[in-house]
Design a binder for this molecule. Structure first.
Ligand SMILES: [Zn+2]
Length: 412
């Protein structure tokens, strides 16, 4: 089979999709079920149908694009990623895996390949947590990690439930039907930009992911007592922001002292109420994100955070409440898929690096129901989730080629 990626077409599609955005170029913003997301979905569906592929949507809006194999009774070989984008993001996160997946299928079609197992491109709903506060809604539901009932009750920042949001779109049906049966996929492989600096630094064009770090996220609310910035003297204060500041540093310290570089903790949101220059903060809301490749170590940081919160609450006479948003286990990638990816790299004389994914992806959840692995390509300076996110045309084409070769190997 002569396998050739049409890089020019793929790149122009990446540009076209980037222009379907709620933000002005070069920034890309596509919030799930917002107008840009819906427009992008329709555009993508048309591209898939152009390629002669059957497009279906499940009740949460995950899109299944199938190239039917010569034995349609066999489990499919899946690939895919997401097209939603956080506010002020770039063009490549998720998109490379979706449009690269589509181009991989077209390249196989042009090469005259005929799969025995069906090959399916899967576009996940809401990989980003922007709207509903939790990431990977689509793949969590496919894997049964998020129940239909829990999903139904998710609310966006305006208090609108996921069900109400769905009603305004053509995404319909019983959420109970989203969960996939085990053995639906023979294998699943996601192509993605690295979102980190390793491949670029090592000058290695491809990363074969052998494991995905375990993420956890928490909302923390701290209640103190407000008052006039001039009137209330220091001994009488219960300043919620000062308590929050101590807690943020203790979270940082817990991660730094875990004994492993793989432990990371971030407080990325800090909302201060009432937020006036002459008013003592009475309430603060923080969000914390804690990750590790090792579950025990990750949970250790969460416990340290919990006990630091208790100590600060007592000392400062404030209340500290922690609400767990999610705490997921890490994924170990499938040796079958890792080997298929590695072999495809070797076949094309491409150097690759076995590596851990520190960001989480839909593959973290797909790994619960299917043998799964990921393929990374470098991105400039490791930048992602910002408008200057960049992956070179050569790297995108290489990743797509290896993806196509891997899909062929797994679907024979
Ligand atoms: Zn992504």
């Amino acid at each position: 089979m002569k396998l050739e990626v049409d890089a020019a077409k793929l790149l122009s599609e990446i540009e076209t999709l980037a222009a379907i955005s709620d933000a002005e170029a070069p920034a890309v913003t596509r919030i799930v079920f917002g107008s840009a997301d819906l427009k992008a979905r329709a555009w993508l569906k048309a591209r898939c149908e152009e390629a002669g592929l059957a497009v279906q949507q499940d009740p949460i809006g995950n899109t299944f694009v199938r190239w039917i194999g010569s034995d349609p009774t066999l489990p499919a070989v899946g690939t895919g990623s997401h097209i939603d984008a956080i506010p002020n993001a770039g063009k490549y996160d998720g998109v490379v895996g979706v449009l690269g997946g589509l181009e991989a299928i077209r390249a196989l079609q042009r090469g005259g390949f005929r799969p025995r197992h069906s090959i399916e491109l899967l576009v996940f709903t809401s990989e980003e947590p922007t709207r509903f506060g939790i990431g990977c809604i689509g793949s969590r539901m496919l894997s049964g990690t998020l129940s239909a009932d829990a999903a139904r009750h998710l609310k966006d920042g305006e208090g609108v439930s996921l069900d109400e949001v769905r009603e305004k779109t053509d995404v319909r049906g019983e959420l109970e039907a989203v969960k996939l049966p085990i053995a639906y996929y023979k294998a699943f492989v996601e192509l993605h930009i690295e979102q980190g600096p390793v491949l670029e630094r090592e000058q290695i064009p491809l990363g074969v992911v052998t494991g995905i770090a375990a993420p956890a996220s928490l909302n923390i609310s701290i209640e103190g007592a407000g008052g006039h910035a001039g009137g209330v003297l220091m001994p009488a204060r219960h300043d919620a922001l000062c308590a929050a500041a101590e807690l943020v540093l203790s979270i940082e310290n817990a991660a730094r002292s875990s004994g492993a570089v793989d432990t990371v903790a971030t407080v990325g949101i800090c909302e201060v109420f009432p937020g006036a220059v002459n008013s003592i903060p009475s309430r603060v809301r923080l969000s914390a994100d804690i990750r590790d490749t090792d579950l025990k170590r990750r949970d250790g940081v969460m416990q340290k955070m919990e006990s630091a919160g208790k100590g600060i609450a007592e000392k400062r006479q404030v209340s500290v409440r922690t609400e767990l948003v999610n705490a997921d286990a890490p994924a170990v990638c499938s040796p079958l898929v890792v080997e298929a990816l590695s072999e495809s790299c070797r076949k094309h004389n491409l150097n690759f690096l076995p590596m851990v994914s520190r960001a989480y992806h839909d593959s973290l959840f797909m790994s619960r129901i299917a043998p799964t692995a990921m393929l990374f390509i470098p991105c400039r300076n490791g930048y992602s989730h910002r408008p200057d996110e960049y992956a070179s045309p050569e790297d995108i084409a290489r990743g797509t080629l290896v993806l196509a070769e891997t899909l062929a190997a797994l679907s024979r």
